[in-house]
Design a protein around this ligand. Structure first.
Ligand SMILES: Cc1cc2nc3c(=O)[nH]c(=O)nc-3n(C[C@H](O)[C@H](O)[C@H](O)COP(=O)(O)O)c2cc1C
Length: 390
């Protein structure tokens, strides 16, 4: 059989600490630390602890050229098999198809290696970040100030005040007013249903195709309201619909061309899934609709192949979409939010997405605001609170 290394690999020498009773009894702190090797490969679920001898084996294998496995087996024995099982060494035999296909699918996406590692390693699974932050007392400004000291200053100067060129204030305008009313909502009316027309308007204005240019054979380019790197618009909108008039609660994909919803299999406990998706942030999870922003990476990486800037561009695309969603929701008198504190792995599983193929990067949501503020919001100019009309 012939083997080669998986496409992208980072071998990390990492200090690990564990509790040791003997250490404590001998008068130590009870914490023993040791250096261990970890293998990070983006197509895997998680980094793997490996042996020091594996570093030599993995370092000797090309990610491109296939070589005979027999001499490696002779030299490294069962370790070769273990690394093949893990998907770090790829075998050509039928028995190794699952690992080989996962590696090939990853190669087809044309990731820049370090970006793929960052993306895969920063995914969460089953995390209640909201609870953890609260338990650490880091959910208030005072708590953060106590723990970290003062933050870097909110304004940045590069010249003395007298040397600055003063600029005129912008004229009053509907856009000016709309921008001032944009404010992250953490208090949704947990019983209000969103009119279907409002859902449709926000989706059409944020994610909908507004024009189509046939650029070349089998190469169409969509016009949308936000800019997108290479005009490729890789980001798909996946919906958790909880309370929308005329739309059954469940999971959906928004079809940007047809301006239509595609129903997907839904979890039994939709509210629990919504809360899991936003990592326990209950102030977001009761929005009537949550929108997962999940780029199809290869739509962008098809052009920007293995490109050092491409992942950054995709993330920036998502940021633009979020602001458009905020503004369209605000214009309709609705509250909106974005969060990147999300359980990507759980979202992937629920929507049938594949790690490094389609990647949830953020979750937005929108809907009617509650009448009373239970979770704090940032509205220093009282553009939103106290609620004037609901
Ligand atoms: C990329 C991004 C991620 C954010 N993540 C969270 C989050 O996890 N939880 C949260 O409550 N707010 C989150 N926010 C909202 C910010 O806290 C909010 O924008 C900030 O407090 C300023 O308030 P404003 O949006 O009302 O002006 C996020 C905002 C952005 C742009």
């Amino acid at each position: 059989m012939r083997v080669r290394r998986c496409a992208v690999l980072w071998l990390e020498p990492k200090e690990t600490a564990r509790f040791e009773l003997e250490n404590l009894l001998a008068g130590g702190t009870g914490v023993a630390s040791a250096m261990r090797w970890f293998a990070h490969a983006p197509q895997l679920d998680a980094p793997l602890s490996i042996e020091a001898a594996d570093v030599e084996l993995l370092g000797s294998l090309s990610p491109n050229d296939w070589v005979d496995a027999a001499p490696l087996r002779e030299r490294h024995g069962a370790r070769l098999r273990d690394l093949m099982k893990a998907g770090l060494v790829i075998g050509r035999g039928k028995a190794w198809d699952p690992q080989r296909l996962a590696d090939e699918r990853f190669r087809e996406q044309h990731w820049f290696g370090p970006a793929a590692l960052l993306h895969a390693d920063s995914r969460w699974c089953g995390l209640d970040a909201a609870r953890e932050v609260a338990e650490e007392g880091m959910d208030t400004a005072e708590g953060m100030r106590t723990r970290y000291g003062a933050p870097p200053s909110e304004l940045h100067a590069r010249a003395q005040a007298a040397q600055r060129l003063p600029l005129p204030a912008p004229d009053a305008s509907p856009l000016e007013d709309l921008l001032d009313r944009r404010s992250t909502c953490r208090n949704f009316d947990a019983s209000a249903f969103l009119p279907q027309a409002a859902l449709a308007a926000v989706l059409a204005r944020t994610f909908g195709a507004r024009g189509n240019v046939h650029a070349a054979d089998s190469f169409d380019v969509l016009k949308k309201t936000s800019p997108s790197g290479g005009a490729l618009h890789p980001t798909e909108a996946y919906l958790i619909v909880q309370r929308v008039e005329g739309v059954a609660p469940g999971l959906y994909h928004y079809h940007a061309g047809d301006h239509a919803l595609e129903a997907l299999p839904s979890p039994e406990d939709l509210a629990a899934f919504a809360r899991l998706a936003v990592a326990g942030q209950h102030w977001f999870s009761d929005a009537p609709v949550l929108v997962v922003l999940a780029p199809r990476f290869v739509r962008n990486f098809w052009k920007y192949r293995n490109h050092a800037k491409a992942y950054r561009v995709v993330i920036l695309d998502v940021g633009h979409l979020s602001q458009t969603l905020y503004l369209t929701a605000t214009e309709l008198g609705l509250g909106a939010f974005i969060t990147a504190a999300i359980n990507e792995t759980d979202i992937e599983q629920a929507f049938g997405l594949i790690n490094c193929v389609d990647g949830p990067l953020a979750v937005c949501g929108f809907g009617a605001r509650a009448e009373r503020m239970a979770t704090s919001e940032f509205d220093p100019n009282n553009k939103v609170w106290p609620r004037k009309s609901v």
